[in-house]
Design a protein around this ligand. Sequence first.
Ligand code: NDP
Length: 241
Amino acid sequence: MAKTVLVTGASAGIGKATAIYLAQNGYNVYGAARRTEKMQDLKNYSIKPIALDVTKEGSITACIEQIFTEAGNIDILVNNAGFGSSGAVEDVPMDDARYQLEVNVFGAMRLTQLVLPKMRQNKYGKIINISSIGGKIAFPLSGWYHASKFAIEALSDTLRMEVKPFGIDVIGIEPGGIRSEWAAIANEHMMRISGNTIYKEIAANAEKATANMNLPEPIVIAKLIKKSIEARNPKTRYAGG
Ligand code: NDP
């Protein structure tokens, strides 16, 4: 029987490409994000779109419950929803910093908590956490983004050891720069937060550098995710892009 996958952040970029690629390769795919209007086209690939805000407990539990009711369980969770909050550490309001961790870390881990019991029962499960090259190295003006991805790396390592005995694999994916909505959102944050402060020159240079980058398409990461899911003995992490 087709494995059931939940891909979060399926309204754009890596998540959308992954949902489509997995559906095209025989998986039963649910795609989740806040902007349901941006997921209507997924229905053309038999992907079921679900409204999900990973910062809201009620939204998370409703999403998981819907899939459990319709499909019985979730075999593979792709924790992809995320964004890059930018700005100098000195400038970033603490509420923005907390929100970055709410989305990129707590959202992913809450979803993980909810899918694990059935995965344990079935002695099968794959938790795919989309980290980043920014979960290994850090640059100026992205401190809270790096903090979120370093946290995902650490949580993935811990979780992997905890759940391996139950037949569940935890895999980190570390994309480099990929063409998506990510850079525009991160640049908007950076300029709003540090565009007029003592850090404005680094901000302007960073914005210019990312605007000119010729980045690979998200399908590169979608393929890496499928490869990691299907590997007999998956590596702990896969880098690409
Ligand atoms: P996009 O901005 O194109 O897509 C981000 C996705 O996350 C959207 O579908 C968005 O949906 C979703 N999302 C954001 N906030 C929430 C939320 N609160 N609840 C539910 N969904 C949310 O970026 P990418 O595709 O590039 O990013 C995907 C992942 O890859 C992220 O974790 C990112 O950090 C990581 N990554 C990206 C890289 C890149 O260069 N692009 C490099 C390394 C890692 P909606 O707004 O509709 O809710």
